[in-house]
Design a protein around this ligand. Structure first.
Ligand code: PLP
Length: 395
């Protein structure tokens, strides 16, 4: 008999049983009208999750990385200049992709642990009087460092500079877990995947395109075939797909997005915030620090926890998996061995989170760190109890 613990990696996330069942469906003819009854609710629901009235939604059999490629490939041409800050492993990987596509990438080097510097973006855009910069790229939530950035501030900086660049946002580890406002922030392309906030298996790249981004596809010259949204849009207009769609995943997405909207986006975000605050209380009680350099950038979906000098943080992750059967995230890039990551997004409750915190405490004690068993758990329990007491009093 093998038992399954919840995972505490920052994606893929735990899947509700109903979603797993929805993904596991009998074959249908994807050229029959039945396909439209799966596709169209997905498009409508995802648009609502992005908080957009009019974004064109595209679902590709792919992942977040494919979503990046779809975003740049459909809107940019070789040699186009893009402006992007690098503050962690995922922003780094998107930059690398842009460079490999022959884009001219202007990088704002930003400390790992800091949010994206909206002011610096603004200064550079202001100085770009000829509007050579075609797109501004931003990673809303840096999963490597557990840092959330202020996309609204970035949009204001772009507007203050009077700059027409497109705003392309990676929301892979924020969308459907943390507030994301496609319309209010004037986002031109939002990118995510199925395996994080949507509580699904990996396998779908999920994108929203603004009218301006759609218009840019007419002149963009980067090569694209599989990810050409013009083919996809033509397919959708006929309730179809330009190739064989991953129908089971789309059926799962239909249910997952229904579940999110039924819970209420604000409630989903509040749940993530409450769970994250409990994790942060535990980290403080352990006497450890987060990679996030200030409270305003702390992510509600992932916490990167620094461990003491001379201790290999990856040992906690290895030990948790081997001894307790629990998955945590390792530190990435310059944080490898210096931090471990706790994923707290998707289908998660306070009680599930407490089990993860208790496991981390056991691992740290087993590995000789000076941690009092129960200290972090108690701090999180206090937070969860008081949050629920406040909610109960308000009801
Ligand atoms: N962007 C961010 C912020 C991520 O966290 C990830 C994956 O964790 C990606 C992009 C890449 O997504 P995928 O692994 O689905 O290709």
């Amino acid at each position: 008999m093998s038992f399954q613990n919840p995972v505490f990696i920052p994606g893929p996330t735990n899947m509700p049983e109903e979603i797993r069942k929805a993904c596991d469906m009998a074959t249908i003819d994807h050229r029959s009208p039945v396909f439209g009854t799966i596709l169209n609710p997905c498009l409508k629901n995802v648009r609502a999750v992005l908080k957009s009235r009019s974004a064109e939604i595209f679902l590709f059999p792919s992942t977040g990385t494919g979503g990046w490629e779809c975003a740049i490939g459909n809107t940019l041409s070789p040699g186009d200049r893009v402006l992007v800050a690098r503050n962690g492993m995922f922003s780094h990987r998107w930059i690398d992709m842009c460079q490999r596509h022959g884009l001219d990438v202007e990088i704002i080097e930003t400390p790992w642990g800091a949010g994206l510097p909206a002011e610096r973006y603004g200064e550079i855009l202001k100085a770009d009087r000829g509007h050579a910069i075609r797109a501004v790229l931003a990673t809303h939530n840096e999963t490597a460092t557990g840092v959330r950035s202020d996309i609204g501030a970035l949009r204001r900086a772009m507007d203050d500079a009077g700059h027409p660049a497109l705003l392309l946002v990676d929301g892979v580890s924020s969308i459907a877990s943390m507030d994301f406002r496609f319309d209010d922030w004037g986002v031109d392309i939002a990118v995510t995947g199925s395996q994080k906030g949507f509580m699904m298996p990996p396998g779908l790249a999920i994108l929203g395109f603004s009218e301006r981004a759609m218009a840019a596809t007419a002149t963009a010259k980067l090569p694209r075939t599989f990810f050409d949204i013009r083919d996809m849009a033509r397919g959708y207009a006929a309730n179809a797909y330009p190739y064989t769609p991953p129908v089971g995943l789309m059926n799962g997405l239909k249910l997952a997005s229904d579940m999110l909207l039924e819970e209420g986006l604000d409630n989903v975000f509040a749940r993530h915030h409450r769970i994250a605050e409990g994790v942060r209380a535990a980290v403080r009680a352990w006497g450890l620090g987060l990679c996030a350099l200030s409270p305003d950038v702390q992510s509600d979906t992932v916490s990167a926890v620094r461990t003491p000098e001379g201790f290999n943080a990856t040992d906690i992750v290895t030990h948790a998996a081997k001894v307790y059967g629990v998955a945590l995230g390792t530190g990435l890039g310059e944080l490898a061995g210096r931090a471990f990551r706790i994923g707290h997004l998707g289908s998660l409750t306070d009680v599930m989170m407490l089990s993860g915190l208790a496991t981390i405490e056991m691992c740290m004690a087993d590995l000789g760190l000076n941690i009092a068993l129960g200290s972090g758990v108690a701090a999180a329990q206090e937070h969860y109890r008081s949050s629920h007491a406040v909610a109960a009093l308000q009801a």
